[in-house]
Design a protein around this ligand. Structure first.
Ligand code: FE2
Length: 204
């Protein structure tokens, strides 16, 4: 992703993820929240001409190198743009079920079984305090990990590649689920786009 950044189209209709995620939430989340991050990211990178030529993921892998006058704005809004772009893609109306291929093998090897992985991931996401994201990541040595980051911080800053992610900001679920984050997480598993997760793993 390069400057000027653009809001990506959803790869499905706004109501396509019903009933796991309702149409109204998708509109607010994509058209309002994500759009705002894109707009504010562009405003910040406009003040850093050198950064306009660097890929966003590369910028966010080394946040300490971002000039101080735009650092916070780029970490927050750039992280928001990158994470949401991934979040839309790792969901699908034909999602759910279990992973296949090499990523299924890697999950089994790291966590014992898909069931054990799913339970750990759900527990991590449900117990993370405040706004943030829970990720499945892969390290350069091939090790998988479940971890959460606050705000819009990305695992790439710690040299980890994301394979799967869930948005834990209240704007992701509040309209339908109010404070019932665990119910949102449980229903989200029905729309996880495992072929995309496999693609992320293969591209690692
Ligand atoms: Fe979000």
């Amino acid at each position: 992703m390069l400057y000027p950044y653009q809001l990506p189209e959803l790869p499905y209709q706004y109501d396509a993820l019903e009933p796991s995620i309702d149409e109204r939430t998708m509109h607010f989340h994509h058209d309002e929240h994500h759009q705002t991050y894109v707009t504010q990211l562009n405003d910040a990178v406009q003040k850093w001409p050198e950064g306009q030529k660097i890929n966003l993921e590369k910028i966010l892998s080394a946040p300490a190198r971002i000039p101080e006058h735009v650092r916070a704005a780029i970490i927050n809004n750039g992280g928001g743009h990158w994470a949401h772009s991934m979040f839309w893609k790792i969901m699908s109306p034909s999602g759910g079920g279990e992973p296949t291929g090499v990523v299924a093998d890697a999950i089994k090897k790291s966590f014992g079984s898909f069931r054990a992985f799913k339970d750990l991931f759900s527990t991590e996401a449900a117990s993370f305090f405040g706004s943030g994201w829970t990720w499945l990541t892969i390290a350069p040595n091939g090790e998988l990990a479940i971890l959460s980051t606050p705000n819009h911080n990305l695992p790439q800053a710690d040299d980890l590649k994301p394979l799967l992610v869930i948005d834990l900001w209240e704007h992701a679920y509040y309209l339908k689920y109010q404070n019932r984050r665990f119910e949102f997480i449980e229903n989200w598993w029905h729309i996880v786009n495992w072929p995309q997760v496999l693609e992320n793993y293969e591209k690692k």
